[in-house]
Design a protein around this ligand. Structure first.
Ligand code: PXL
Length: 293
């Protein structure tokens, strides 16, 4: 794990390279408030502006901003400013992947977080072409931390997606094989374990440790929960959380937001009610609901 230089008297700075989707609570719309509440300074580099996410809300208005990414990088370089973290997510073209690679290589000391957003429930997103799926592996190759869901883990490993519950050995093997692709810290979300628990599982290569945090099953799924998990995890790591504590914080926060929303019976396409859940992140409470895998 990289040593983060937060000795300067200022918040950690995070370059967040994601799309800005106006309605539906995903990507920058959730990443910005989460990291800000957790005390980081977010510098958003929007890859596209959309009227909403692309998950079932009809004709989405979209403005591609790929050509905006590298001018942002060049400006930051000219300012000679440092960043503690570069964090990318949903990407819609190979060129955007090239731009992200350029950002990561320009700040080699920054924590490189790659959320390889490509699909869910065993299927790639409509915009995630075979070329993007293949090139996402290059981003994973330069990452320190990755946060795929089970679908994305299968794509990265070139395996068939399976919903079969994972034994501990299978879970550890998956984490190890993902880590061999580059990242020292791997978290796979939304796994069902052979014990019957739903869990997020993690591996910290520097400590040689495997972890899981189990979460309550809720019979619906909402867009943006992957972004909420990954940004909370990133915020935790930047605040000095160990990997299992950051996983615990992120899982707890997603659980609060999902259960609040489910209790209100809201339209799932509108995302989770992040606004009422955000104050939870102001607490720096001690968490210990993680387990050794
Ligand atoms: O949360 C992932 C995501 C991000 N951005 C856009 C999306 C999605 C998932 O559907 O459509 C535009």
């Amino acid at each position: 794990m990289k040593k983060l230089n937060t000795s300067e008297n200022r918040p950690a700075r995070v370059v967040a390279i994601h799309d800005l989707s106006g309605f539906g609570r995903c990507s920058l719309s959730v990443i910005l408030p989460i990291l800000s509440v957790m005390g980081a300074q977010v510098c958003p580099v929007p890859t596209a502006a959309l009227s909403s996410h692309t998950g079932g809300l009809g004709d989405v208005a979209m403005l591609d901003l790929t050509d905006f990414i590298l001018p942002c990088l060049n400006h930051y370089k000219s300012l000679n400013i440092d960043f503690e973290c570069i964090y990318s997510g949903f990407l819609s073209s190979q060129k955007q992947i090239d731009c992200c690679l350029e950002f990561y290589s320009s700040y080699p000391d920054a924590l490189a977080v790659v959320d390889p957003v490509m699909g869910d429930h065993g299927k790639p997103y409509r915009t995630c072409t075979p070329e993007i799926r293949s090139r996402m592996k290059e981003l994973v190759g330069v990452a320190d931390v990755i946060t795929p869901n089970l679908t994305e883990a299968a794509i990265l490993l070139g395996e068939e997606y399976s919903r079969r519950p994972l034994t501990r050995e299978q879970a550890k093997s998956m984490l190890l094989r993902l880590s061999e692709k580059g990242p020292a810290q791997v978290v796979v979300t939304g796994c069902e374990l052979a014990s019957g628990e739903m869990a997020n599982i993690g591996y910290d290569r520097d400590h040689g440790s495997f972890w899981y945090v189990s979460c309550d099953y809720v019979p619906v799924s909402y867009p943006g929960t992957g972004d909420i998990f990954a940004s909370t995890l990133t915020g935790g790591l930047l605040c000095g959380d160990s990997l299992p504590i950051a996983m615990n914080r992120a899982a707890k926060f997603v659980e609060i937001a999902v259960k609040t929303t489910f209790s209100c019976g809201s339209d799932t396409r509108y995302g989770v009610m992040l606004e009422s859940a955000l104050p939870y992140l102001l607490q720096r409470d001690i968490l210990n609901s993680f387990n050794i895998l």
